[in-house]
Design a protein around this ligand. Structure first.
Ligand SMILES: [Zn+2]
Length: 489
C-alpha cells in the first residue's frame, strides 16, 4: 500500500484520494498541506507541497476551518496594511495569509491555473499587496455567507444599477448576474460597479476620471461589508448636460458629453447581439458564460481596460510577479500598448483559461487608433459545453515552453521535472485531458534555477530578452475585422 500518491493522481474527483486537508506547515518558504487520504487511516496522512494538490474545493474547505468567518472581514484591513512585516512570521502566514491567498486565487483566470513558486510565501504576499494597492481587496470578503435576505435585496439593487450603467454603453451586450439557488460555503461579492469598464479608455481619460467616466464608489455597505454600488449622485443626476446623466447616452449626438474614446458610431450599436451570464462557481469565483446557444464565429464582447504603453505591463511583472501580470494585462497587437485591467476592468476578466478554448479574440476596427479586441465563439456554445466562454491566454509562451522541454528530458512528467529543478512555472488546471499542455509558462528570471533566491530577487533579474507586452490572445494580428449586426463582415 503506497503511502504517498504520485502527483498526477492528486486531483479533485471522488475516485481519487484527497479526503481532506487537516493542517498546513512551511518548509523552505513553500506551504505544505497535511492530507488525509480517502480510504486510508490517519496514520497514512502525509505532508504534500501545495503544488501537488489540485483539489481546490478541499483547499477551500481547509481555509474555512482556519479562519473565523464572522469576524475575519473586519481583520482584513489591518492584515493588508501590515503585509510587509509578515514575510518571516510563520504563524501569521499559516493562519491568515494562506487562507486569504486561497480565496484570492480564484480571481486569477477563475482558478484555472496554478502559480508554482519556490518562494510561494513571497509570491502570495506580493499578490495580496496588489489587491490592496489596486483596490481589489473586496475579493477577499468571500468567506462569510450573508443571509438569503441580504443577498436577495442587495442583488436586486446591484442588478438594477448594472442595467442603468449598461444603458450608457448601448453596444455592450446585456449581462445577467446569477447566484446559485443554494450557496453552501462561499459567497463571492460581485465586481464593484464603480470599477467596471465597458469600453477601453486611454490614460488621459483615466486621469480625468473624477469628472467623466468613473463613478465614485458608494458609501453604502453591501455584501460582506463591500461597497459594490454606484454613488447616488450617478443615479440621480437630472441635468441634461451632465455627462453622468446616463439616459442621454442613448442619443448619439449626446455621446460627446461622455467624453470617452472617439468611436465609430455607425458600426457601434449593433455589434454584440448575444446576452451573457455572470455566474458563481465554488472555488472559481465569478465566471462569464453565454446566456443562450451561440453559433460559431459570433462576436460576444469587446475587452476593456486602461490603454497603457506595454512597458507598464513589463514593469508590473518585475514588481509584483506573474499572478498580477498574467491576469491583468492584454497585448494590443500592432500598437505599443496593452490593456491594463488591474484597477478598472471589464467582464472579460471573468473568462477562464483553457488549452482548448471555446473562444478566441479578433482585432476589430474601432474608429480610433487602437483596434478593439473582440472575444468571439470559435465553436458553438451550447448546453453540451455548458455555454462556457474560455480563452487561451498563454499561447504567447507556447513555443518557448515546448523548446524548453525538447531540450530537457522529463521522465517523471513536466510538472515534477520543473519542481525538482526549483524552477517557478505556471501549471494548467484546465481539465482538457490530453489536450492540456500542463505547463503554460516557465520562469524567465536569470535566477530561475536558484533554490535560495527569493521571489523579489528573481523578479529583479528577469532575462532582458523577455519583454512582457501583455497576454497574447489575438488570433491573427494582421487582420482588422468589422462587425455588423452581430456578425463579422
Ligand atoms: Zn490546460
Amino acid at each position: 500500500m503506497a503511502k504517498k500518491k504520485p502527483a498526477e493522481e492528486v486531483v479533485d474527483t471522488e475516485e481519487y484520494n484527497v479526503d481532506k486537508i487537516v493542517g498546513n506547515a512551511i518548509e523552505d518558504r513553500t506551504l505544505h498541506y497535511k492530507v488525509k487520504w480517502v480510504g486510508y487511516s490517519e496514520e497514512y496522512d502525509s505532508s504534500e507541497a501545495e503544488w501537488r494538490i489540485t483539489a481546490d474545493k478541499k483547499v477551500i474547505d481547509f481555509a474555512l476551518t482556519v479562519i473565523v468567518p464572522e469576524t475575519y472581514v473586519d481583520t482584513i484591513p489591518t492584515v493588508l496594511s501590515q503585509l510587509e512585516s509578515y514575510a518571516n512570521d510563520n504563524e501569521i502566514i499559516q493562519t491568515v495569509i494562506d487562507p486569504l491567498s486561497i480565496l484570492a486565487l480564484t480571481t486569477v483566470q477563475c482558478g484555472s491555473v496554478m502559480f508554482v513558486d519556490n518562494d510561494s510565501i513571497g509570491s502570495k504576499l506580493f499578490f495580496l499587496e496588489y489587491l490592496r494597492d489596486c483596490k481589489q481587496e473586496y475579493l477577499l470578503h468571500s468567506a462569510f455567507l450573508p443571509s438569503d435576505e441580504v443577498i436577495d435585496q442587495d442583488l436586486k439593487r446591484y442588478s438594477a444599477e448594472l442595467r442603468y450603467r449598461l444603458f450608457a454603453f448601448p453596444e455592450h451586450p446585456p449581462v445577467r448576474i446569477l447566484i446559485p439557488e443554494e450557496i453552501e460555503k462561499l459567497f463571492y461579492p460581485p465586481p464593484l460597479l464603480s470599477q467596471l469598464l465597458f469600453e477601453p479608455v486611454t490614460v488621459e481619460i483615466y486621469d480625468r476620471k473624477e469628472k467623466h467616466l468613473f463613478a465614485p464608489q458608494s458609501t453604502d455597505i453591501g455584501f460582506n461589508k463591500t461597497r459594490p454600488f454606484l454613488h447616488k449622485s450617478y443615479l440621480n443626476v437630472k441635468k441634461y448636460d451632465d455627462p453622468r446623466y446616463f439616459k442621454h447616452f442613448f442619443f448619439n449626438n449626446a455621446r460627446r458629453l461622455y467624453n470617452g474614446m472617439p468611436r465609430d458610431v455607425s458600426s457601434r450599436d449593433c455589434r454584440f447581439l448575444c446576452s451573457l451570464l455572470l455566474e458563481q462557481e465554488l472555488g472559481r469565483g465569478w465566471v462569464l458564460r453565454a446566456g443562450h446557444d451561440v453559433e460559431e464565429e459570433i462576436p460576444l464582447i469587446m475587452m476593456a481596460g486602461v490603454i497603457r504603453p506595454w512597458q507598464d505591463a513589463n514593469r508590473s511583472l518585475a514588481r509584483v510577479g506573474e499572478r498580477v501580470a498574467f491576469s491583468s494585462f492584454i497585448e494590443i497587437p500592432g500598437t505599443d500598448h496593452c490593456l491594463d485591467r488591474r484597477e478598472f476592468h471589464d467582464f472579460t476578466k471573468y473568462i477562464p483559461h483553457s488549452c482548448y478554448p471555446t473562444c478566441a479574440v479578433r482585432l476589430v476596427r474601432s474608429g480610433n487608433e487602437y483596434p478593439d479586441l473582440v472575444v468571439y465563439s470559435k465553436v458553438k456554445l451550447t448546453e453540451l459545453n455548458n455555454h462556457t466562454i474560455s480563452l487561451d491566454y498563454y499561447k504567447g509562451f507556447r513555443k518557448e515552453v515546448n523548446r524548453y522541454f525538447q531540450k530537457n528530458k522529463h521522465p517523471d512528467g513536466k510538472v515534477i521535472h520543473l519542481f525538482e529543478k526549483n524552477i517557478d512555472f505556471v501549471r494548467c488546471l484546465c481539465s482538457m485531458g490530453a489536450r492540456c499542455r500542463n505547463v503554460l509558462y516557465i520562469d524567465r528570471s536569470l535566477k530561475a534555477g536558484n533554490p535560495k533566491a527569493e521571489k523579489k530577487h528573481k523578479l529583479e533579474d528577469i532575462d532582458p530578452q523577455f519583454q512582457f507586452r501583455g497576454m497574447t490572445v489575438v488570433d491573427d494580428p494582421k487582420t482588422l475585422w468589422e462587425i455588423n449586426y452581430g456578425r463579422f463582415v
